[in-house]
Every structure is written in structure tokens, then in C-alpha cells.
Design a protein around this ligand. Structure first.
Ligand code: NDP
Length: 338
């Protein structure tokens, strides 16, 4: 049995939930409201529905938020934590982003340590944001790389999100060092993630941040000019990210490790090119072909080393074309045009 924090409503969480279901887990998901919980349950295939239950945790940033949830019967063996605010604009960086990211992460570790001795492994969705160190990129990034973003920068909304991921992950590893709990920790440091939108999605306005550019291309928002790709040029498919979480829960050697999960490179012109080729009916929505031919992928781009994720977790990465085609198909299905 696994507890999944932020369990099913989010983009990545919804795929982690599907992957856990397919691997035969029984799962309790935490959600912020009764309505969201019910929406998740309703979206699950009838045959798998009995594997899932939900509990409401309104505010993951609150002290002791998970104390009651974690004392479940039957007790939990595994915990996955994917819930963290992911936007690029903040009214109050501390209250809206840094607190839920950091306190939510430390809070689940504390509750498990205090009340759930049966839990063997906790997997936390960190991010490549905790790995990358712009603008001082090394030649190659791997799991030994850490962002050196400061707390002072974190308070500047431009850097708040990436700082929230670094400080949350640092706090998690710090907790392990100080408290030496009986469970082990693994983090998934996935890069910019594309892939099919969640079944329980309410509206295309609510699509997760990293899929925005694919949605925008499909909806004609780049018809008059393709947006610059920078600053991120690496992608991974969400189904690979989900499998990484599930394997990191169960593979013994994954304990105590970070996993830099990256599938390849992309740019907006490359996305537009794939959509043009594979969805001729969307031609009128897309930027002019000459624009898509002007690739803005930087010639001196840094490299990534994802070998640990392949060796320890057995990941085989999905290519850009399949990821984009499946994302577009899910968006078209959602808008009833497929
Ligand atoms: P979504 O916006 O789709 O999901 C965010 C999830 O976090 C939702 O389940 C949301 O719940 C929950 N959440 C946000 N704030 C709070 C809060 N204050 N209290 C409780 N729950 C909260 O984004 P993604 O699925 O893309 O992101 C999920 C995780 O993956 C995050 O940790 C993000 O940092 C990480 N990540 C994402 C990448 C990407 O490219 N997509 C890349 C690397 C890491 P609700 O639905 O109720 O709002």
C-alpha cells in the first residue's frame, strides 16, 4: 500500500497514480478537497477503482498536516510526494510557493518518521531545477550537480519556483542525515515534462505549466510568431517520469539516490515541425513553416548524463516525436476534436 501526496489531480501525479495502479498497488491519495478526490475516483477505470481511496489534506504547509493520514490501517509501505506549486508568477513567493514546497516535503518526512514505522521508502518529485545552475552551466550535468540559487534570489518571483525545488530537496536530504529514519529516500529530478494531459482535467486553461507550449501551438497562440524556447531545451515524457517514481519506490538500490531524469532535447520550432507533419489538420493554427525551420537550439548547449536512471531504474526513454504526438492527441481528445 502506498500513500500518494497530491495524489492524482496534478499532471505528474495523475500519471504516477496510473503507473502505481498498473503495478498492482493499493493507493491512498491526498487531495485538497472532497470534490477533487471524487473527480479522481470517477476518472479511474471501474476495474481498478477499488485500489484507490482519497483523504483530504487542505494545506500541506501546515505543521502535522499528515499526522492522522499516515496512521492508516492497513499501514503504508511506501510514500510518494509529488505535490508542490508549479507556476511562474507569485503574489507572495513565501506563502504561495516556498512554504508549501519546503514544509510539505519536510512535513511528510516528519509524520512518517514519527508515526509510520512500516514505511520503507519515500520518493519525492524534486526537479532538474534543483540540479541546474544557470547561467554557470558545466559541460555535463548529472546527479552530483546542485543549483546554487540563494534564499535572497528565492524571494524574487523570477527565481522562486526553481529555488523552492532546491530548498525542498535540500531539506529532505538534510532530514535524513540528521534523523537517520528507518525509511530510505529517493528523489526524481525530472526535467521539463511533456505528455498526455490528466483524465481528470477540468479545462485546457488548467493544463500544467510544462505542457503550455504544446497547448499554445495547438490552439493557434503562436500562429503569428513562435515563442522563444529558452531557457529550457531538455524534455522527458511524463510516463517515463511516472515509471521512474514507481521503480524508485521498489528497487532496493534506488534508496539514498537522486535520479536526473531527462529524455532528450527539444525546441519550440522542433515541436511545431512535429505537429505540422503529424497533424495536417492543424496547419492553420501553426506558425509559418519558415519560422519553424529557424531552430533556436543553442549550438553550445550543455550535455546531460542520465545513465543512473537507466542502470538503476531501467528507464528506456520515450522520444520527442511520440511524446508530442500523444500530448497533442490528448489535447484534441479533450477539446472534442480528435
Ligand atoms: P501540476 O500543477 O499539474 O500539479 C501540481 C500538484 O501540486 C497538484 O496536485 C496540486 O494540487 C499540488 N499542489 C500545489 N500546491 C499545493 C499546496 N499548496 N497544497 C497541496 N497541494 C498542492 O504540476 P506538475 O504535475 O507538473 O508538477 C508536479 C510536481 O512535479 C511538482 O513538484 C513540480 O515541481 C514537479 N516537476 C514538474 C516538472 C514539469 O515539467 N511538469 C518538471 C520537474 C518537476 P491541486 O491540483 O489541488 O492544485
Amino acid at each position: 500500500t502506498a500513500l500518494s501526496v497530491g495524489g492524482g489531480t496534478g499532471f505528474i501525479a495523475s500519471h504516477v497514480l496510473d503507473c502505481l495502479l498498473d503495478h498492482g498497488f493499493n493507493i491512498v491519495v491526498t487531495v485538497r478537497s472532497q470534490e477533487k478526490g471524487q473527480r479522481i475516483i470517477d476518472s479511474i477505470d471501474k476495474a481498478q477503482r477499488q485500489q484507490v481511496a482519497f483523504v483530504v489534506v487542505e494545506d500541506i504547509a501546515e505543521e502535522g498536516a499528515f499526522d492522522e493520514v499516515i496512521k492508516a490501517d492497513p499501514p503504508f509501505d511506501y510514500v510518494v510526494h509529488t505535490a508542490s506549486p508549479y507556476r511562474m508568477q507569485w503574489d507572495d513567493p513565501v506563502k504561495d510557493c516556498l512554504n508549501p514546497a519546503i514544509n510539505g516535503t519536510v512535513g511528510i518526512l516528519e509524520s512518517v518518521h514519527a508515526h509510520a514505522p512500516t514505511v520503507r521508502r519515500i520518493v519525492i518529485t524534486s526537479s532538474s531545477a534543483a540540479v541546474l545552475n544557470p547561467p554557470n552551466h558545466p559541460k555535463v550535468y548529472d546527479e552530483s550537480s546542485w543549483s546554487d540559487v540563494t534564499w535572497e534570489q528565492a524571494l524574487d518571483p523570477e527565481h522562486t519556483y526553481r529555488a523552492s525545488k532546491k530548498f525542498a530537496e535540500k531539506a529532505a536530504w538534510g532530514f535524513i542525515t540528521v534523523n537517520k529514519p528507518s525509511f530510505t529516500l529517493a528523489t526524481i529530478n525530472n526535467t521539463y515534462t511533456f505528455g498526455p494531459v490528466p483524465r481528470s482535467l477540468n479545462s485546457l486553461d488548467a493544463v500544467n505549466t510544462s505542457n503550455h507550449r504544446i497547448r499554445d501551438l495547438v490552439q493557434g497562440r503562436m500562429r503569428h510568431g513562435i515563442h522563444p524556447t529558452a531557457p529550457v531545451f531538455t524534455f522527458v515524457d511524463v510516463r517515463d517520469v511516472a515509471l521512474a517514481h514507481v521503480r524508485a519506490l521498489t528497487v532496493p538500490e534506488a534508496g539514498g539516490k537522486r535520479f536526473y531524469v531527462v529524455g532528450g532535447y527539444f525546441s519550440n520550432p522542433r515541436l511545431a515541425g512535429i505537429i505540422r507533419r503529424r497533424f495536417p489538420q492543424l496547419k492553420g493554427q501553426l506558425p509559418p513553416e519558415e519560422e519553424a525551420a529557424k531552430d533556436d537550439f543553442p549550438e553550445d548547449h550543455w550535455a546531460f548524463d542520465n545513465s543512473r536512471s537507466k542502470e538503476v531504474l531501467g528507464l528506456e526513454y520515450t522520444g520527442l516525436e511520440k511524446s508530442v504526438v500523444d500530448t497533442v492527441e490528448s489535447i484534441l481528445r479533450f477539446s472534442g476534436r480528435a
